[in-house]
Write a protein that binds this ligand. Structure first.
Ligand code: CTP
Length: 408
């Protein structure tokens, strides 16, 4: 997915062993559609060669403000003016100190100070030993550069190259890519609390077995991520799926429809948008056997009785918050045929303003899908695309339908 298409980034490397991760970051940024101009300090060049970064970025690397390749001999002006952002990864403790003081004795710091501050954001990924990270001087410097308008991307925790364990590792390249992508997304849901249900439910028959259905959870997780990227606070109530939690999203794991209803009802008290993507089992066994149900030797299968599960979406859509317009509800419909008719009928039956239809067998477990958006006035198709891209489009559609300000 080309989330960074059309973006031009200056990737600045300063001295630190985390420079080895910057090679991968450069590759990921380019894969995401960005063009990347690498600028390195002398210390960075001790850890990884400009040749490596040139090969990965497809552009000659800049290391000196005296670079004669620039006709006006002003690389700090030329390179910063054409950038959509400067990303410092890794940013060493020393470089943070120099930024805090506004020093300009080599190209990268000179470029950071000379950038048009209102137009070219500075994204900073610190990397250092845990004692250096915890030192009051470092924390003071980072607070200062944040106050001066830089965006801090945080640090990871764990085993460090020096053998010590703690905070201060540079985030992984994939995490930095996620943060950079998020930074560029329009904040269409800022101030909203989005609640998403995702995945299947599992209705236990006995301690060994149960009934469930096909749902990878990918669409719901993509919506949670897209909503977070759009600036919302996000709660994700997830059935049993093996997917990583999008960073910054509050995840509540549940198994059965009853558990999902409980967690969803609780979170809906403060939510302003509810998106129900979960494939909730319609029925559950009427009784749950404490022990494994054994074969009795007669050759006859056991007779199973089922009761209907609560309809989570319907329950919440009929609640006081939704009825008074403080909670905007969106449903999904997995159908196998006649999508338009079924989706229209289901929207009315569930009493919700927006329903998203899809053909179940064409989406289960896939990374892409196509969606049909049905509201009271229109039917609109979002053509086949990666689920995250569809989720971003859906988020914009939801944002456009929200009241001016959702009241608490
Ligand atoms: N849903 C829910 N709780 C249920 C069943 C469904 O919250 N017990 C939600 C789903 O998350 C989805 C929407 O309702 O947003 C429609 O789900 P779907 O399974 O397509 O429809 P059903 O209501 O089960 O209707 P049918 O089985 O007749 O198609």
């Amino acid at each position: 997915m080309q989330d960074l298409a059309g973006k031009h980034l200056v990737l600045g490397l300063t001295g630190g062993i985390a420079c080895y991760k910057s090679a991968e970051l450069c590759r990921l940024l380019i894969k995401a559609g960005a063009t990347v101009q690498v600028v390195m300090t002398d210390a960075a060049a001790q850890f990884i060669t400009p040749v490596t970064m040139q090969a990965l970025s497809g552009r000659a690397v800049y290391t000196s403000q005296w670079d004669v390749r620039e006709a006006n001999n002003m690389p700090h002006i030329n390179l910063s003016r054409e950038a959509d952002a400067i990303v410092l990864a890794p940013c060493s403790a020393d470089f943070a100190a120099r930024l805090a003081q506004g020093r300009t004795d080599e190209l990268l710091s000179l470029m950071c100070l000379a950038r048009p501050i209102g137009r070219v954001p500075l994204l900073v990924a610190p990397a250092m030993n845990r004692e250096m990270w915890a030192h009051p001087a470092t924390q003071r410097n980072l607070a200062q550069i944040q106050a001066d308008g830089a965006v801090l991307m945080g640090v990871g925790s764990g085993l460090q190259a020096c053998g010590e364990t703690g905070d201060g590792r540079m985030l992984e390249a994939s995490e930095l890519l996620e943060d950079i992508t998020t930074f560029f997304q329009p904040k269409s849901l800022a101030g909203q609390h989005v609640l998403v249900t995702a995945g299947p439910t599992f209705e236990a028959l006995d301690p060994i077995r149960g009934i469930t259905n096909h749902s990878s959870g990918k669409m719901g997780f993509s919506i949670a991520r897209a909503a977070r990227d759009a600036g919302a606070q996000v709660t994700l109530v997830a059935g049993p799926v093996h997917l990583p939690t999008p960073r910054g999203v509050r995840r509540i794991d549940v198994l059965s429809a009853d558990e999902m209803l409980g967690a969803t009802l609780a979170a809906s008290q403060t939510a302003t948008v509810f998106v129900a993507t979960a494939a909730v089992a319609d029925w559950r066994p009427a009784s749950h056997s404490e022990q494994k149900i054994k074969k009795d030797g007669s050759g006859k299968p056991p007779v199973l009785h089922f009761v209907e599960n609560p309809d989570i979406l319907h329950t919440i859509a009929q609640g006081e918050r939704a009825k008074s317009g403080r909670l905007f509800c969106v449903g999904f419909a997995a159908e196998s045929e006649n999508l338009v008719e079924h989706a229209k009928a289901k929207r009315e039956r569930k009493g919700i303003p927006l329903l998203v239809g899809n053909i179940g067998p064409l989406t289960f477990g896939q990374d892409d899908n196509s969606l049909l958006l049905v509201d009271a006035h229109s039917v609109r198709e979002l053509p086949r695309a990666p689920k995250l891209q569809l989720a971003r489009e859906l988020v914009l559609e939801i944002a456009a339908r929200l009241p001016e300000r959702t009241l608490e």
